[in-house]
Write a protein that binds this ligand. Structure first.
Ligand SMILES: *Cc1c(COP(=O)(O)O)cnc(C)c1O
Length: 412
């Protein structure tokens, strides 16, 4: 197999991939299993020192031997070796060819929408990350891009909106915070029908649980702030694609708009990804235990978690995901705002915070936190009611997490 995903041929006449004597055969890495790829892809011992860990190349520029005679790196906005290693690694674990990292998940989304032109239309999931909704509506709508928000669990709603102006279908699955599942293959078929791009926000699932490019997506987007980094210590975004033309645009915009991440953050996410498979296994195990506990509790009304057989799209989840992850939302009987606020205050192990995907468990109240920027009528339509609580189940011992929830619920 061609190792195109390892090079950045659009920017440099010389290959930036300086393979050393130590380097693993990259064609082999492509066929390796997930954990092996997570640890080895894109990474090689430092050719100058043999350092096994990718150095943090804290540099803005690179000395050239003569004009145009360089080692593939000219200026760190365009390309930095630490970021480059991460971009190659991410491409490999998403089964794609090209990766690009950004200063945040929203900067990655910004790059995707900048591929469009005034007059273009986007069809998006209606139940999506609040910040994604905000950038679509308050930043890009004024440049003449039109956004439609639909319930994608019903593909016919998307089909009905398709027209020659539709240039992008934007999917989040599982959705935030309702844990709805969108059938990526079905969306890919619809996008292909009219030649639109399909982008999937894969933040919740991570490539360990789901690889959208294999299901027909053109672009995968990540808030690496979450599970990829995994330790709540950075903010970063990423895109992966296998499409040469999309990659060209992606790198052009990344370099032209300049919303890149720094080398230190790149190092931390590279390190995070080395344990992604182990963490996701534990998040999923703990998620199942906590979801089942909540389901059996008398004060809980609904529990949203795609692992339940009663989840409306459980079959799709089973088909496109390896496991169901540690993100769970639930509502309280009576649907009282005060009760929800009481629970998030009373828990001790679950920290009250925005964000998700770290090793530690977090609890959040979407209506007043992550989704506060979405009008009440709009959020309630998608199920974000006043008593909805969202958990990011960490990788602590499940028994302690369940005891914590049980105590807080007991005080209601
Ligand atoms: C956090 C998040 C984003 C935005 O990413 P940032 O890194 O915070 O900019 C986008 N989509 C989803 C699903 C998220 O959870």
């Amino acid at each position: 197999m061609e190792k195109v995903y390892l090079t950045r041929k659009f920017f440099s006449s010389t290959s930036v991939q300086q393979e050393t004597n130590y380097s693993i055969n990259f064609a082999k890495i492509l066929i390796m299993k997930f954990g092996t790829k997570a640890i080895h892809a894109g990474v090689q011992p430092d050719s100058a020192t043999g350092a096994i860990m990718t150095p943090i190349y804290q540099t803005s520029t690179y000395v050239q031997e003569g004009v145009g005679n360089h080692k593939g790196y000219e200026y760190s906005r365009t390309l930095n070796p630490t970021r480059h290693a991460l971009e190659k690694n991410l491409a490999a674990i998403e089964n794609g060819k090209y990766g690009a990292c950004f200063g945040s998940g929203l900067a990655a989304i910004d790059c995707v929408i900048k591929m469009l032109n005034p007059g273009d239309e986007v069809i998006s999931t209606n139940d999506l990350y609040g910040g994604s909704y905000r950038i679509f509506k308050t930043i890009f709508e004024k440049y003449g891009i039109k956004f439609h928000f639909v319930n994608m669990q019903n593909p016919s709603e998307v089909d009905a909106l398709l027209n020659e102006k539709t240039k992008l279908i934007w999917v989040e699955t599982p959705t935030n915070p309702m844990m709805n599942i969108v059938d990526i293959k079905a969306m890919s078929n619809l996008a292909k029908k009219i030649g639109a791009m399909l982008a999937v926000d894969n933040t919740f699932a991570t490539p360990y649980l789901q690889t959208p490019l294999d299901l027909g997506a053109d672009i995968v987007m990540h808030s690496a702030t979450k599970y990829l980094g995994g330790h709540s210590d950075i903010v970063m975004g990423a895109l992966v694609t296998s499409n040469d033309n999309i990659a060209k645009e992606m790198y052009r915009i990344q370099n032209s708009s300049g919303a890149v991440c720094g080398p230190m953050d790149s190092f931390l996410v590279l390190r995070g990804i080395k344990t992604l498979h182990l963490r996701m296994q534990r998040h999923s195990e703990n998620g199942a235990l906590v979801a089942n506990f909540l389901k059996s509790h008398s004060k809980i009304d609904k529990v949203y978690w795609p692992g339940f057989e009663t989840h409306p799209n459980h079959e799709v989840a089973k088909a496109q995901m390896k496991d169901f992850g540690g993100m769970i939302s639930f509502t309280l009987k009576g649907n009282k705002l005060e009760d929800a606020l009481e629970i998030v205050k009373k828990v001790e192990l679950f920290a009250l915070a925005e964000s998700l995907g770290g090793v530690e468990s977090l609890i959040g109240h979407p209506a007043t936190m992550t989704h506060a920027s979405i009008p009440k009528e709009v959020r309630e339509q998608s199920g974000v009611v006043d008593s909805l609580i969202r958990l990011s189940v960490g990788i602590e011992d499940a028994e302690d997490l369940i005891n914590d929830l049980e105590e807080a619920l007991g005080k209601l």
